[in-house]
Design a protein around this ligand. Structure first.
Ligand SMILES: Cc1cc2nc3c(=O)[nH]c(=O)nc-3n(C[C@H](O)[C@H](O)[C@H](O)COP(=O)(O)OP(=O)(O)OC[C@H]3O[C@@H](n4cnc5c(N)ncnc54)[C@H](O)[C@@H]3O)c2cc1C
Length: 416
């Protein structure tokens, strides 16, 4: 009989694994605890703004090649949109200064040689001083690899690494930061074009995958939370969802656990996982963006870090947001709206708004927590792990999630 692969968790890592296995002709069962696929990367209808919004603004770069290939494999690549050039308008709210970071469209970071395209008031020497980051060891701190001060740091390195690592950059893993820099900034403008799921994360990255899986005959069970793995020392032989809902796992079957770190640790005793997490705060305002507003603006010198323009909506992201999770929501909305007015050059009363605070948005990308990430292989020969918190070599990102799902799927295909 053809073996069945059970995938626990229908976030991006579980979906990426499922798509790869379905395309290879495997029989699949997906089990998702909630009523919706997508996990930390999803859209929902928000009554406060009367809009369908994403749980968080997600930015991909064209250099996120596995994520882009995943979108292509589900027929959704065209839904990832962005400017043709790797150009990032920035504003410093403390001084009012504005500049355009223009990374060009080459395969090499030659823009650093052109004073007109560099961050204002920076020299080539400032960029060369970042070299130690490129091949830094995972155990090293960013703050020990490079100087975390000065104009280039404040205007480019800090915003980029804060967004990628979701920790204050000096305390972050230099190895993870280096991986991001190698795959984006160092790979030239061609790898740095911003890509946004214009019609929403679910419409672009989730629903097309579900449709493809259903068309290929996969069974997808929502509201189906795995409570316990029945296992011997060698392999999983059952999945317990409830006392009267236990699925036997045959000797040819395999399981991918694509759940976040905390449920994974609860389901698999002795599994080493990251134990510390950081919040990301997103705020959404129902407001028609000015016609000429760029899709994304980098903001420094304020509370807001990135400002996104969507149809009928202005949205912001604030990383490393633990300091904001207990602040009164109205106060936070007012403060963010003030920043938006300055950054976007708009005005007026506070529009309809929503604030989404994801407390455990990502694992803490410090050397200490990075060292706790397990690989895809477990001690059980038919159980594999996927998720942004597994040892992908990248911080917690869509790109890392897709890679982890692909890896788990490839290990299963190699067992055939
Ligand atoms: C606010 C926010 C902003 C972000 N911004 C970006 C960005 O700009 N760029 C970027 O690349 N990344 C970003 N990320 C990170 C990105 O969203 C994640 O890396 C990615 O979505 C994680 O996918 P995953 O499959 O690893 O995990 P998850 O999305 O957590 O999926 C795990 C799934 O498992 C399910 N589950 C849990 N327990 C069980 C169980 N027992 N049984 C069955 N199912 C279970 C969950 O319900 C969930 O659906 C952001 C994240 C957040 C929260």
């Amino acid at each position: 009989m053809q073996k069945t692969v059970h995938i626990i968790g229908a976030g991006i890592s579980g979906l990426a694994a499922a798509v790869r296995l379905a395309n290879a002709g495997c029989r699949l069962c997906l089990h998702e605890a909630t009523q919706q696929a997508g996990g930390r990367c999803r859209s929902y209808f928000d009554a406060a703004t009367n809009l369908t919004i994403d749980n968080g603004n997600h930015l991909l770069l064209s250099g996120n090649r596995h994520a882009v290939a995943y979108a292509r494999s589900i027929g959704a690549e065209a839904g990832l949109v962005g400017p043709k050039q790797a150009q990032f308008p920035f504003v410093d709210l403390s001084t009012g200064q504005r500049w355009l970071l223009d990374l060009g469209d080459g395969r090499l970071p030659l823009w650093v040689l052109d004073e007109g395209r560099r961050v204002p008031d920076t020299s080539l020497r400032d960029y060369l001083a970042l070299m130690p980051l490129i091949w830094a060891r995972k155990r090293k701190l960013v703050g020990d690899a490079i100087r975390c001060d000065g104009t280039l740091y404040d205007r480019l390195v800090q915003p980029l690494l804060l967004a990628a690592l979701n920790v204050d950059p000096p305390e972050g893993s230099a190895g993870l930061a280096g991986a991001v820099v190698r795959e984006t900034l160092l790979a030239g403008g061609q790898a740095c074009r911003p890509l946004i799921a214009r019609d929403g994360l679910s419409a672009v990255l989730v629903e097309p995958a579900i449709r493809l899986l259903q068309a290929k005959g996969a069974s997808i069970a929502f509201g189906h939370e795995l409570r316990e793995l029945a296992m011997t020392g060698e392999r999983v032989y059952g999945l317990e969802f409830a006392a009267d809902d236990v699925i036997p796992i045959g000797s040819e079957d395999a399981v991918i656990m694509a759940v976040p770190a905390r449920p994974a640790a609860a389901l698999l005793p002795n599994l080493k996982t990251p134990t510390k997490f950081r919040a990301i705060v997103n705020a959404h305002f129902r407001f028609d963006p000015p016609r000429d507003m760029p899709p994304i603006i980098g903001v420094v010198g304020g509370l807001v870090e990135w400002l996104f323009a969507f149809p009928q909506r202005l949205s912001v992201t604030i990383s490393n947001g633990d300091r904001l999770v207990d602040l009164p929501r109205e106060e936070l909305a007012e403060a963010i709206w003030r920043d938006i007015c300055k950054a976007a050059g708009v005005g007026g009363e506070l529009p309809l708004w929503q604030i989404v605070r994801e407390r455990r948005a990502t694992f803490e990308a410090t050397p200490e927590q990075n060292a706790l990430r397990p690989g895809a292989v477990t001690q059980l020969k038919n159980l594999f792990l996927a998720g942004d918190w597994t040892d992908t070599g990248l911080p917690a990102t869509i790109e890392g999630s897709v890679r982890s799902g692909n890896k788990a799927a490839d290990l299963i295909l190699a067992m055939r």
